[in-house]
Write a protein that binds this ligand. Structure first.
Ligand code: ZN
Length: 299
């Protein structure tokens, strides 16, 4: 039984990798697709070798701009084409190792940080299965906080102040809440606390006023958007995949997720946009994204 399951998952994996190669070579021979608008990449943790490959690929074929430059272009109504913005959620400590690649390639990514910065704690959601995580996300925030207390483990996973200090001239830091909750399970007071406190944190470490917010797990509602607008934020980044077009809603910016062990074949397939379509096929349903799984569960 276990053997058959393993074989099946191996087969699916082989099919997936084969598809990535087909898409990569299609791009290689026909040239990468031109597109109107901006694609924002969403990383969490990524190895140096993979990251360098991704950046080299993007720089050879496209343009990388900062999030703030993108917003300026939107404000001026400038047309954007074949343009990428690089973002990271959570401020994972391994991001520090990418600094050298960032400086050498002269682009400015955005890192969304939480209250875990400078703490010795493991992220509460770290290592949870997708199923378990979704169970937690369906709890009211107070119950979640009570439940996860016992899960706190001393194992630093976030950037600390020394690392941030060295990165802040080359990286744009923006807020991603304090406790990384599901904001739709928070009261309005909890929402305000999470946004204001994490904005203060960013302000303290970078010296600049934050303008962009990324809700944890990409989960948020109108209360979050209204409050962000009220206190002067310029945009909010979701995890809905896709390309941001000319008249995009800046409080619902789309992002393309790039996972940890993403080789160039997979990277090209993901930024091409086609992977998000074919992963919905029944054969590949095991690879459906967190975004799809979470929102399917809700509806
Ligand atoms: Zn996050």
């Amino acid at each position: 039984m276990l053997n058959t399951m393993l074989k099946k998952s191996q087969l699916r994996n082989n099919i997936k990798n084969f598809l990535f190669k087909i898409i990569y070579f299609k791009n290689y021979f026909t040239g990468p697709g031109n597109f109107d608008g901006v694609k924002i990449l969403l990383y969490h943790d990524i190895g140096k070798v993979f990251f360098e490959e991704h950046i080299r690929y993007l720089k050879s074929k496209y343009k990388i701009i900062s999030l703030s430059q993108m917003l300026k272009n939107y404000e001026k109504g400038l047309e954007m084409k074949n343009t990428f913005v690089i973002t990271f959620d959570d401020g994972i400590k391994e991001n520090f190792e990418l600094l050298e690649i960032i400086i050498r390639n002269n682009f400015k990514p955005t890192i969304f940080i939480t209250g875990y910065v400078n703490s010795d704690l493991k992220f509460w959601f770290s290592g949870l299965s997708q199923k378990k995580l979704i169970q937690f996300l369906n709890l009211e925030n107070k119950s979640r906080l009570k439940k996860i207390k016992s899960n706190y483990v001393n194992k630093r996973e976030s950037l600390n102040h020394i690392e941030i200090e060295q990165m802040k001239d080359y990286v744009d830091f923006q807020p991603h809440t304090i406790s990384h909750p599901s904001l739709i399970k928070c009261s309005i007071d909890e929402i305000k606390f999470e946004i204001i406190e994490s904005s203060d944190l960013v302000n303290k470490i970078s010296g600049s006023v934050p303008f962009a917010f990324a809700p944890p797990f990409g989960i948020y509602d109108d209360r979050v958007i209204n409050f962000l607008k009220e206190i002067g934020f310029k945009c909010c980044l979701s995890i809905k995949p896709g390309t941001n077009k000319k008249n995009e809603n800046l409080f619902e910016l789309k992002r393309i997720g790039i996972p940890k062990h993403c080789d160039l074949f997979e990277f090209v397939s993901r930024i091409d946009g086609i992977w998000d379509k074919i992963r919905k096929l029944p054969l590949l349903k095991n690879y459906s994204s967190f975004y799809n799984q979470f929102y399917e569960k809700q509806s």
